[in-house]
Structure formats: structure tokens, C-alpha cells
Design a protein around this ligand. Structure first.
Ligand SMILES: Cc1ncc(COP(=O)(O)O)c(C=O)c1O
Length: 370
């Protein structure tokens, strides 16, 4: 079975661990295991007693309860723990989609959110975010037109990677209502939940009010723990949840006990980790704003409303060529928008790592030298 190349991950595979200045990562600064355990009220000694037998396939009750509370789910039974967030996209879409099912995907987006439904159904239509002066916005006319045809699934991602767009609660409610009116399933990727910026409020997960919703999140971004490879789905429709679990038996069966222990600590420290990362991003955004003022002729900056990334307009013939050149000549890694299904005139910046300031000054020196 052939599937489209995962452009973003191939690009990072090439540059992420060989380049000194990462300026586009979507995760936040990670935390040492010892500190994580202590923040979560545990200890290395306790963690050392974890055994490595098979575990409950859906995840341990303590973790499922914490996740249910985070998403306002009625019951921990709605939660299925994953052995990585990306696994959730794969198994939920595999359980839902058949060939010829029509899928609408909010774009631009993380490759898997569009490539997997395209692979499974072959019928994907894009609902692109619109560029406005200073921000991104939803194109309601386009969504209404798309929903006129029978549709199986709408895929959204809020807070949004790569633009940093966050709809209002009213806008998200409208999306849910439109899906409900047409019986369309809603896949809501909430990987950046908790990183609402500038005092904005966190959205209610669609799973709190719509049974045909599939909510994805995990520890990689807002918690800053991507190497733990830990995520979850919130699945209010129990019959569908069983189908998804069946797929999970073919991909990973159950989460490792060691990951469950660390995830329990992370979830116990949710507020602290979210707050630290929000503050980190806000600090870096202040530096970025000053940078984009200095280089206003080359970049068009729409500041993120939530999340750890922003998609920035670039005045260059090809953003992809520019990113390869900057990575090779200056060791600075920016992600070109073409890999995220957009034009070749934008680059993604990421604000969640402590190295942001130094990476930005290396980038600035490079721009001044050419
Ligand atoms: C929107 C979105 N969803 C899902 C994922 C997958 O997360 P993970 O790499 O932790 O499996 C990512 C990763 O970048 C993402 O940006």
C-alpha cells in the first residue's frame, strides 16, 4: 500500500537533529523525568517500581479520569489512551472511513490530517483558512457550499497548526451545529489545547455536546513531552469507540506501564505545565514581534491567538528553497508552508522552545549577511 510522503516529518528527519538552531518546532520545551515526577507528586523511587507487563488496553483509570476532566467528558469510559497522538489519527480514521467517503479538511494542516483520509477514502476537499489583515479567519460560505454534498467527516484542528488561529466558542458551536444538522462526524484535533494566548479562553471540546465527535489530544505539545509518545482520543459514541479500540489492537494493543506512570504525573501537573509554556510562548512572541517589525518588508506576521506556532508570509520566490538554504547555510530550521498543503510563500515559526531567542538571533544575522 502506497501513501503520500509525509513531507513535514521527512524535512525534520533531514534537519532536526543535525541543525543547531530550531526555529519552527511545534512542541514546547521538555521537562526532565525527575522534575516531571516531582511536579506530579511522585518520585523517581516510585517510578522505579513500575513493572513492565501488559497494561489495560484503553489506559489506566487514573489517566482516563484526568483526561476526561481536561476535556469535560462525562465519563472516563469515553477516553482511549494512545501510544502516540499520531496513532489516534490513524486508528480513528481507519475505523470510520471507507473508500469514496467524502471528507472535508480544514487547511493548511499537519500532513497526517489530510493524507490519511485521502489514502483511506480518496475523496478529500479542503476548507482553507482565509488570510485577513493581521489574522486568520474561517470561510463560512465555503464550508456551507462544501457541506451541500453528502459528507462523512469534517476534520478541524484548534488551536491551529500552522497558523495559530483560535475560533471563538460561538464559531466552534456553529461548526458543531452544521455537522449535527447534516449528520457529519467531526474530528477535532486539540493537540495545542491549553496554549490559549493573550488571556483567551479555552474552547469546550465538541465531545461535550456532539456524540459524533472524535477529539484528539496528547502530551506532545502543550505539555512539552513529545518523546513520551502519549496521547488520547475522547470518543462519546461507544459503538464507534469499540471499532477504534479494535484498530488499536492491530497497532499497539496497550500503553507501556512506564509511559502510564509518567503520563499520570504530567496530567497531575497540567496547570503548571500549561502556564509555563504559555508564558514561554508569550515571551518569545514579544521578541518575534520586534523582529518582524525590523524585517517588515520581508515577512507578514499574523500573531498566533493560541498554540505554539505561526504561519508567516515570506517575500521570496520559493519558501521551500529558502528553508533548505537557511538550514544548510546557517543551521536555522524553518518549515516551508508547501509541506502543510499551502502556497510556497509562507514559513512556520515555533515559539515553544527555550532556544528560540538564540535561534532567532542566528536567523537575523543570516538575513543581514545576505
Ligand atoms: C495538529 C497535530 N496533530 C497531531 C500531531 C501528532 O502528534 P505526535 O507527533 O506527538 O504524534 C501533530 C504533530 O506535530 C500536530 O501538529
Amino acid at each position: 500500500m502506497k501513501i503520500e510522503p509525509f513531507a513535514t516529518e521527512h524535512f525534520y528527519e533531514r534537519y532536526e537533529f543535525s541543525s543547531p538552531h530550531l526555529l519552527s518546532t511545534s512542541d514546547c520545551e521538555s521537562v526532565p523525568i525527575e522534575e516531571l515526577l516531582s511536579l506530579g507528586g511522585s518520585s523517581l523511587q516510585e517510578y522505579g517500581r513500575t513493572t513492565l507487563g501488559y497494561t489495560a488496553a484503553s489506559g489506566p483509570p487514573k489517566v482516563r479520569e484526568a483526561v476526561a476532566a481536561l476535556h469535560g467528558a462525562e465519563s472516563a469510559d469515553d477516553v482511549l489512551v494512545l501510544n502516540s497522538p499520531i496513532e489516534g489519527i490513524f486508528i480513528a480514521m481507519s475505523a470510520l472511513l471507507s473508500s469514496q467517503d467524502r471528507v472535508i479538511v480544514l487547511g493548511p494542516c499537519y500532513d497526517a490530517l489530510v493524507n490519511l483520509p485521502r489514502h483511506l477514502s480518496g475523496q478529500v476537499e479542503m476548507w482553507m483558512l482565509q488570510r485577513e489583515d493581521g489574522r486568520w479567519s474561517l470561510d463560512w460560505e465555503r464550508l456551507d457550499a462544501l457541506l451541500e454534498q453528502p459528507t462523512k467527516l469534517l476534520v478541524v484542528n484548534f488551536p491551529h497548526n500552522p497558523t495559530g488561529f483560535l475560533p471563538s466558542q460561538g464559531e466552534l458551536d456553529q461548526i458543531v451545529e452544521k455537522c449535527e444538522a447534516k449528520g457529519v462526524w467531526l474530528f477535532a484535533d486539540e493537540m495545542y489545547r491549553g496554549l490559549e494566548l493573550g488571556g483567551r479562553s479555552r474552547l469546550a471540546s465538541p465531545s461535550t455536546r456532539y456524540e459524533k465527535s472524535i477529539v484528539l489530544s496528547g502530551l506532545s505539545k502543550s505539555f512539552g513531552l513529545p518523546g513520551l509518545r502519549y496521547g488520547w482520543l475522547v470518543l462519546p459514541d461507544r459503538a464507534f469507540a469499540k471499532e477504534v479500540l479494535n484498530w488499536k489492537f492491530y497497532t499497539s494493543i496497550c500503553p507501556p506501564g512506564s509511559s502510564n506512570a509518567l503520563a499520570a504525573a504530567a496530567l497531575a501537573a497540567t496547570d503548571t505545565l500549561f502556564e509555563r509554556n504559555r508564558q514561554r510562548i508569550e515571551r518569545h512572541l514579544a521578541l518575534a514581534t520586534a523582529f518582524f517589525e525590523r524585517f517588515g518588508e520581508r515577512f507578514t506576521f499574523r500573531p498566533p491567538e493560541a498554540g505554539s506556532v505561526a504561519l508567516v508570509g515570506l517575500d521570496a520566490p520559493s519558501a521551500t528553497a529558502f528553508c533548505h538554504e537557511v538550514a544548510q547555510k546557517a543551521g536555522v530550521v524553518l518549515l516551508p508552508s508547501a509541506f502543510l498543503g499551502y502556497d510556497d510563500g509562507h514559513v512556520r515559526f515555533g515559539f515553544g522552545r527555550d532556544s528560540f531567542e538564540s535561534a532567532l538571533s542566528h536567523f537575523e544575522r543570516y538575513l543581514e549577511s545576505v
